[in-house]
Ligand binder design. Sequence first.
Ligand SMILES: C[S@@+](CC[C@H](N)C(=O)[O-])C[C@H]1O[C@@H](n2cnc3c(N)ncnc32)[C@H](O)[C@@H]1O
Length: 434
Amino acid sequence: MALSGPQIRRLDDRLAERCRGLTPHQYLAFLKSPSGAAELEGLISAVVVNKTDLFRDEVQLADFREHVLAPLVARAGGRPLRLWSAGCSTGEEVATLLMLLAESGASPGSTVLGTDISEAALRRANSLSFTAEQLRRVPAGPRERYFMSKGSRLALVSALRERASFQVHNLMDAPYPRPPEERGFDIVFCRNVLIYFTVESFHRTVAALADSLVPGGTLVLSSSEPLLQVPPSLRVERTASAFFHVRVEGRGSGEGTSPPRETGTARVEPRPQQDSVARTPVPRASRSEARAMAEDASEAAGPGRTLSARGARTPQGLDDAQLAQASAAAFTEADLLFACVLDGASSGASDAAAERDLRRCLLLDPDHAAARYLLGLLLEQCRRPLEAAVEYRRALVSLEEGRSRPVPFFLNPSRLRVACAHAAGRLESLGGAR
Ligand SMILES: C[S@@+](CC[C@H](N)C(=O)[O-])C[C@H]1O[C@@H](n2cnc3c(N)ncnc32)[C@H](O)[C@@H]1O
C-alpha cells in the first residue's frame, strides 16, 4: 500500500495499541504464527478503508448498464454470466450488481462473487441486508422489487441473495478466484481498492485482474483510478461519462471486437490550463502569518510527538477536546498556506516554493483536495505526469469519501470533483496514446 507520512504515523499508532508490550519483531512473529490469525484479521480490519455504498457512482453505473451489461446480456443468449466484485467491502457493490443483473434480464443462473481481504467486512456482507438510509440511492423500482423487511433492516430477496457468494481473498496473493466453469469472469469490478496501492502493486493487480476475464470481458475500475499503463491484454472503451477496460480477444494481439484504441504509457502533457484556479488575492498579513505557522507546524515536532488522525502535530496523550482544537488549528494553517500558494501563483512564486508549500499544507491536512489538485497541476507543469495522476486520484478519493473540507478561495467540492476526474481522465487518455 502507498501510505503518506501521516498515514504511516496513524498506522504506527494503531500498531502501538495492538502490540501490547511485544517488540515489533515479536509481534510480527506472532502474526505469522497459527495462533496470531485472529490478531492479523483484527489488524487488517483496523487499517483498511471499508467505505462503500449501494449504487455508488450512479453516473458510471448508468453507462455500465447501457454500454457494457445490456450488450453482454444480448450476446450471452441465455448463458449465465459470472461477475466478481474484488474488494467488495460490506457487500453493497455485490447487491448493486445483483440488482443490475436482474434488471437487465440476464440469465437467473448468473452469479456475483464478492471477495475482500477483511473477514470482518465479509461477515457483514454475507447478510446482504442494509438500513433504510443505505438504500437512499437505490432507484424506486429495484427498491420495491428486491428488498424485504428483516427486523430493523432491509434484506435483498432470497432469489437474488442465493446468486451471491463471498470469500476472503487478498489481491496480493495468487491464485485468483475462478468461476465454476474455469472460463474466467465476464465482468470484474474493482473500484476504490487500487487507489491505496503502490504504483507497482496497482499495475500488477490490474494485469492479474485482466487475466481473470474471459476474452471480451470487462474490468470496471472507479473513475478515480485511471490506468496510466494499460496492459496489452486490455483496451479502453470510452463512453460519454465513464471508461471501461475490455480484455482483448487474442492476448496482446489486438484481436478484440474492435482494435485497441488506447494502450501504452503516459507521455508528457502540454502546460495545463490554469483557468479553474481562482485568483482571489490574499491579504499580505495572512500570507506571512500562514507561512510562519505552517513552518512551525511542520518543523517543530520533536521526539514523543505524533500526528492526530487529521494530521495536526500534537503531543501524545491529549484528550479529545484538545485533539479537536489541534485539528482545527491545523486546518486553519493549511488553508492559509494554501491561500498563500494561490497568491504566489499570480505573483510569480517559483514552482519549487509552491510545491514545498503545498506539501506542507497536505502534511497538515492530507484530505485537502484543493491543495492536492493544485499539486497535481503543478507536477504536470513540471513534466511529472505519473506523480500528478496519483495526486488527482487521491484528491478525488478524499472528495468522494467525504473527507475533504470546502476551502476558501477555490472551487466548491462538486466542481473540484469534476476537475479532478477530468484531470485524471486526461492523463489516462494521454497514457493511452502511442
Ligand atoms: C473503499 S472499499 C471499496 C468497496 C467497493 N469496491 C466500492 O467501491 O464501494 C476498499 C475495500 O478494499 C479492500 N482491500 C484493501 N486491500 C485489499 C487487498 N489487498 N485485497 C483485497 N481487498 C482489499 C478493503 O478491505 C475494503 O473493503
